[in-house]
Design a protein around this ligand. Sequence first.
Ligand code: NDP
Ligand code: BG6
Length: 495
Amino acid sequence: MATERKALFVFFGGTGDLAYRKLYPSLFNLYRKGNLRSHFAVIGTSRQAMDDDKFREAVRKSLADSGNRADSKEATDFSSHFYYQAHDVTNTAHYSVLKEAADKLDKKYKLEGNRIFYLSMAPQFFGTIAQDLKSQGLMSTNKGAFNRLVIEKPFGRDYDSAKQLNDALSKSFEEEQIFRIDHYLGKEMIQNIEALRFGNTLVESLWNNRYIDNIQVTLSEKLGVEERASYYDNSGALRDMVQNHIMQIVSLLAMEQPVAFTDTDIRAEKVKALRSLRVYNVADAATNFVRGQYGSINDQPDYRHEDNVPEDSTTETFVAGKLLFDNYRWSGTPFYVRTGKMLADKFTRVDVVFKRPLVDIFAFPQSQNTPLAANVLTIFVEPHAGFSLQLNAKTNDAGFSTEPIKLDYLVDAEKSKDTPEPYERLLHDVLKGDGTNFSSWPEVSYAWKFVDQIRRVWDLQEPQFPNYTPHSMGPAAAEELIQRDHREWIYRLNK
Ligand code: NDP
Ligand code: BG6
């Protein structure tokens, strides 16, 4: 039985793409499951004029667009909790009107002063909004009530700007009141990393540099930059995917076992792991990270000819790199990461490659046997969720040869239909006040310090772009990066 949570949600950017496409349908799922019932209200804000009825209609349309029945009684009841308030976030006077609306709804729905402020708009406004929420009295002062601030990405574009933003937010909100969204942390199989590691002696006892040769994290996207070029061209794959999603995944893979399964303990271990991540000097940054930009193929224009991309853009649409941790568990075991747009397919996976047996007794000189393959544990994050463990076994015949076999566990389609979307999980976590699946400021700051160093080195050199063919797995340099270490990517095309 779901526990009902009481809260007022205020969405800044409440008529934006993210709100309609992800946030309202996710809230609806929480409503259907009983996490929200009668004691909740939503204020959507943006600059345009609109009345409550029009807003509710738009909300119901967003439910329909995400596969729900917009005319159902449930959808109508749900949308009746939505209110619209025209509001320019840069106009301080508008906040007092918003406060009045918030206080009224608080009374009407008996919300006990609990407030969630969701900033779903351009990051340059985050600081101002946080400041005015406090100075104009929107934060509730009820005893026992909560005020929580949810921040969308990107959190800065380098360490300095992120710190500036964080300093601005900290003037109004404590760290435990700030929920920095990284939607990868809301994904089922990313959350499963902790269960896999800390729920299995078999796995955790081997989870170190003695038994693991290398770990590979691949976030591959099939689409190009689509209609987001104006944002993406100022960001690039390093900032868009590595600083946040990849660093979060890597820290979950690298961290020590937390004392308890609580947000404070988990975050403390992630921070510790990130602190031991080697920040590269100029030479190492240049060797250990490579970048790419997609070229053209058939009707597909190259990146530089996509809408809103400058013809001389040097923005990378692909990154591959090697990360090294200087700690007892991981010293000598590299983490290879790669991500890019316009690659062969859309998928996310982690491949944990174990060391081969020290002695291969099956490969005695007169044997025809091929050398033993490495054991590989693959975590399939998307599109299919599951695990696969590659072991060596005897071939089923009269001789004695070995061959790699796979133990697979894939979540069946029926079951995965019930898997909550990342935004549903994350909104539920915000309601519960559970910060486990959000990025804390120390995590964000260490990730920026690492990434800034790569960026600094790249900014010194004009790249030779474009350098990879659409629907490949990136530039040749990504192969060379790993081959130089006498290793290969586990996921390869045609495999
Ligand atoms: P949109 O551009 O679609 O929406 C922006 C919203 O902000 C609109 O509601 C707009 O309404 C409002 N707005 C703009 N200026 C002001 C202002 N001065 N005062 C009040 N409201 C204003 O953005 P998205 O929904 O796509 O993105 C929102 C955030 O989410 C961004 O931080 C983005 O990086 C992040 N994000 C988005 C994703 C997506 O898939 N869309 C994915 C991951 C992150 P109006 O102009 O009428 O005022
Ligand atoms: C976003 C990036 O954070 O993640 C996008 O800004 C990217 O560029 C997206 O496409 C990928 O998310 P997912 O969940 O589709 O893998």
